[in-house]
Write a protein that binds this ligand. Structure first.
Ligand SMILES: [Fe+2]
Ligand SMILES: [Fe+2]
Length: 434
């Protein structure tokens, strides 16, 4: 299949370039050195793509079989609003991830790692551009009351701390964050884009395949350095310790799981024809995929430590270690473990439950805080994000607020007027319950 490329009207294209100069100033450097690092791939171009030849009929839900929508005004207001929320959230995550990655990009230990992350950031910029394209090439104002111009302003003026999804409001503290984020959070992106490939809104469906092809690279930008770090650690040649990787996995996996939305939801997406899976089904598949990734990392570590063992014996050593027993002079805490689904959650069915990395349920809040202290990165414990979580957790335990109220007290977007993209006219406020 092929894809057509298109650009935003000059005014908006220039607005994205101004944003890029502030948050991704190394884009020119990436393009100048592209052939050195990615000789087989065409150089990055800031544009929107529309895949040609995709299915023209609604694939799931109440209207399955009917032609897909070409225009927002053809949908019911409920559908249009639902879709718009998803497009805005997607745009917010794309731009938000660049703001996070830039904090620690220069701390990469190898030129290759740095260029791979830089390419990933450029592609996230293109994904954000693609979502703005969806907002601008249609007339949304007549359906939802907000013009494309206003929505673009809203998205480009977001700062870390103000993005729609929690994972994009958390600062990076080291380059381990860049890498684990690619391996875990971009993997959620892969699932979301795959589900949206069926979208009943044709321009959305056509946007997905090119984004997915780029997302595959983002996963590699995370997994390949992780493999190398585990192998280096096994040789005693340590750059990122398994302990640091473990704690960073613990920091990000709960946020990744929450990006699927509440486990009880997602049916309306299917009904309206926008996605082909519920939140729970996709979360479960994602979790299994992460299990496989962690198992592969552990086996690479063991293979390096025990080069004379065949794969069957390595599997047995891994099972012993996973079961908590020392094996072949290797301690159980040398390998990585996947945190339980309910660990350190603040959204969904497990929100503000006190569940440990191993699934153990804690009764005492101080004991649970102690567990979090020992399982999360030191630098993250000092963050505003973690303090906010702990404050809410304590209130939930004291019975001052319910778990549901705690969930809802994350920042929400509110327009407070103004039209200039530089005026910070979009503010984030805490709702009444906070
Ligand atoms: Fe993306
Ligand atoms: Fe990505």
């Amino acid at each position: 299949m092929s894809a057509h490329s298109d650009t935003l009207p000059k005014k908006y294209h220039d607005a994205v370039l101004r944003w890029q100069q502030q948050f991704l100033p190394d884009l020119d450097f990436l393009q100048q050195n592209w052939d050195k690092h990615f000789p087989k791939d065409p150089c990055f171009k800031l544009c929107a793509y529309r895949e040609q030849g995709i299915c023209g009929h609604i694939e799931v839900g109440d209207e399955a079989g009917k032609p897909k929508y070409q225009k927002a005004c053809e949908m019911s207001p409920e559908q249009a609003n639902h879709l718009l929320k998803a497009v805005k959230a997607q745009a917010s995550t794309e731009f938000g991830s660049i703001q996070q990655h830039r904090l620690t990009l220069t701390r990469a230990q190898s030129e290759q790692d740095q260029f791979w992350v830089l390419r990933m950031m450029a592609e996230e910029l293109r994904h954000g551009y693609q979502m703005l394209y969806l907002l601008l090439q249609d007339d949304w104002k007549s359906v939802v009351g907000q013009s494309g111009e206003e929505m673009v302003e809203e998205i480009l003026s977001m700062k870390p701390g103000s993005h729609v999804l929690g994972a994009f409001n958390i600062d990076f503290d080291s380059f381990v964050d860049n890498i684990v984020f690619c391996a875990l959070i971009d993997r959620v992106g892969k699932y979301q884009l795959t589900m949206q490939k069926v979208s009943a809104y044709q321009p959305m469906a056509e946007s997905m395949p090119p984004m997915l092809r780029e997302e595959a690279f983002h996963l590699a930008a995370g997994v390949i350095p992780l493999r190398r770090w585990m192998q280096e650690a096994a040789r005693g040649d340590i750059y990122a310790t398994p302990k640091a990787i473990q704690r960073t996995l613990n920091k990000w996996l709960p946020r990744g799981l929450e990006m699927f939305g509440d486990e009880r939801g997602g049916a309306s997406n299917i009904k309206m024809g926008f996605k082909d899976q519920t939140n729970q089904a996709s979360l479960d598949q994602y979790y299994v995929e992460v299990t496989k990734m962690i198992r592969d990392l552990n086996l690479r570590y063991l293979r390096e430590r025990l080069p004379n063992l065949d794969s069957e014996r390595l599997d047995r050593v891994l099972s012993d270690l996973e079961g908590g027993s020392r094996s072949q002079d290797i301690e159980p805490d040398e390998i990585l473990r996947q945190p339980a689904k309910g660990y350190f959650r603040r959204r969904g069915v497990h929100a503000y439950e006190m569940i440990g990395t191993d699934g153990r349920v804690y009764k005492d809040v101080l004991e649970y805080i102690g567990h979090l202290r020992h399982s999360l990165p030191e630098s993250y414990l000092a963050s505003n994000d973690f303090r906010h979580y702990l404050e809410l957790l304590k209130k939930v335990v004291q019975g001052t607020i319910t778990r549901d109220e705690a969930q809802k007290s994350s920042p929400q977007l509110s327009r407070v007027g103004g039209s200039c993209p530089c005026s910070k006219s979009v503010r984030w406020i805490l709702p009444e319950t906070a």
